[in-house]
Each structure stands twice: as C-alpha cells, then as structure tokens.
Design a binder for this molecule. Structure first.
Ligand SMILES: C[S@@+](CC[C@H](N)C(=O)[O-])C[C@H]1O[C@@H](n2cnc3c(N)ncnc32)[C@H](O)[C@@H]1O
Length: 247
C-alpha cells in the first residue's frame, strides 16, 4: 500500500485520518480524485460549491479545508444526519451544509446559486440523459460558474461487444452508465447552455482504485475480482469541465 497522504486534516492524529479515510471510501478514492480534479479548477475561498453525490463527504471536507469554500454536501444514499456528524468531527459545520436530495429530480436550490458544481464518482448514475446538463445542472450555476465532474468509465466503448473477461460483471445498469470519454464529450457538446472547456484522463486512476480495493468493505472486496479481470485494459477515470455559454 502506498503511504497515506493526509489531505484531510484531523488534528495530528494520522492513525485516525487513515482509519476515517478507509472507513468512508465508497469507491475509487474520492480524495485522490477531487485533489486531481481541483488542480484543473480555480477555486477561491469566497465560492459557494455544490458537491453533488458527495457520499460520505470526503471530497466536501477536502474542498472546505483546502480552499475555504462553502460546500453544500448533497447526496441520496447517505443521510444528511450522518454527514453532519462527520462534518462536525472536522469542526466544519459552519462551512459545509449537508443535504439529502435526489439529483435525478429538481434539486432544492435557488437558480443561479452556485459558483461551482462538482461531482466525484456519481454523475453517471443520474446524468446519462441528453437533457440533464441543461435542465438539471446549468440552472443552479451563476453565469460565471463552472461544472466539473470526475468519474470512472471505459477507455473505449464496448459497442455491444463486451469482452469475455468482463461479462460476469456487465449488467444492464453498468451498460447504461459506463462510457468512454468520447461518449461524454459528445453528450456535453449537445448542450445548449454549457460549453465543454476541458476533458482529460486522471493520472490517479489506478492508485484511486488500489486505495479502494484494500478497504474492509464488502463492495470493495466484490470489486477486486472485477479489477483483476479488467487488468488495466478497459477502465479509465476522467474529468469534464464546462462553463455557461456566453451569448
Ligand atoms: C460510488 S458513490 C461515490 C460517493 C462519493 N462521491 C465518493 O466518491 O466517495 C456514488 C454516490 O452517488 C450518489 N448518487 C447516486 N444517485 C444519486 C442521485 N440520484 N442523487 C444524488 N446522489 C446520487 C449516491 O448517493 C452515492 O453516494
């Protein structure tokens, strides 16, 4: 295992940090991914940020600590009360607001409210539809805001020919949600309100999976066989960034 890099800070108790980190991962390391994605962004302390699909809020804590931004930590599967406990453990209750909401419906925010909407390892669950970016995301952004998402996907679309090694792991839901970067670029380029400004593979892809696979979590244990079968041949993790179109 590589050395733990305490990008979330909890006093001087690094053992606690490590345990907290592993206990709260829900997939490939949200911390590595948000750290790399943030490297492509201009985040400043006066910003109001929506962390959509924040899960246990690791990325929200990172954003609040690292950039001093205000974060609306919003998630569906994780209750806001649980995230509030974690946020309080970091003393960030004045900076991070936990919200329980379903991103596949109208989110409970004012239009033109956020400087940035960020989304780590969650966007593909609810946003594969053509109208999603324009109808469900763009309205909540300020005119000079931006959207940045990072998610796992394919190096190249399977196009109906799922490799033999991947068949045991390929169901309808994965088929609907897992795409390559070109597929996402094409989808975002259809937007009438947003302009795709950047898209890229993340260099932390493998390391982010490695940190997840060693977790004592039944989902991580289940994913080990999939990643072994994949063998570095099919998966990628990428980021996409968009800004409102200037008319
Ligand atoms: C794999 S977890 C990743 C969580 C976290 N971002 C991370 O990287 O650790 C996917 C997250 O997407 C969230 N999610 C899925 N569908 C959602 C929806 N319709 N609205 C809001 N969040 C959703 C889930 O609640 C879950 O926390």
């Amino acid at each position: 295992m590589k050395e733990f890099k305490p990008t979330i800070k909890f006093g001087k108790n690094t053992e606690f940090e490590k345990e907290f980190y592993q206990k709260n991962l829900m997939g490939p390391s949200a911390l590595m991914i948000i750290e790399e994605l943030a490297g492509h962004l201009s985040l400043t302390h006066s910003m109001r940020v929506l962390d959509l699909g924040c899960g246990t809020g690791l990325s929200s804590v990172f954003l609040a600590q690292e950039f001093g931004v205000q974060v609306f930590a919003t998630d569906l599967w994780i209750p806001a009360a649980d995230n509030y406990e974690r946020i309080r453990a970091f003393g960030l209750e004045d900076q991070i607001i936990p919200i329980h909401a379903d991103a596949s419906e109208e989110l409970p925010f004012a239009h033109g409210y956020f400087d940035a909407i960020l989304c780590v390892d969650a966007y593909y669950y609810f946003a594969t539809g053509e109208e999603y970016l324009d109808k469900y995301m763009a309205p909540f952004l300020k005119h000079n805001g931006f959207i940045a998402v990072a998610m796992p996907g394919l190096q190249k679309e399977f196009g109906g020919n799922v490799p033999e090694a991947m068949k045991p792991f390929w169901g309808e839901e994965v088929n609907r949600t897992f795409h390559d970067l070109g597929w996402w670029q094409a989808l975002w380029r259809k937007s009438e309100s947003m302009h795709l400004t950047d898209s890229f593979s993340l260099s932390c892809h493998r390391a982010a999976w490695d940190d997840w696979l060693i977790c004592d979590n039944p989902y991580a244990k289940r994913d080990i066989a999939m990643i072994e079968a994949e063998g570095g041949q099919y998966f990628d993790t990428f980021g996409l960034i968009a800004e409102p179109q200037k008319n």
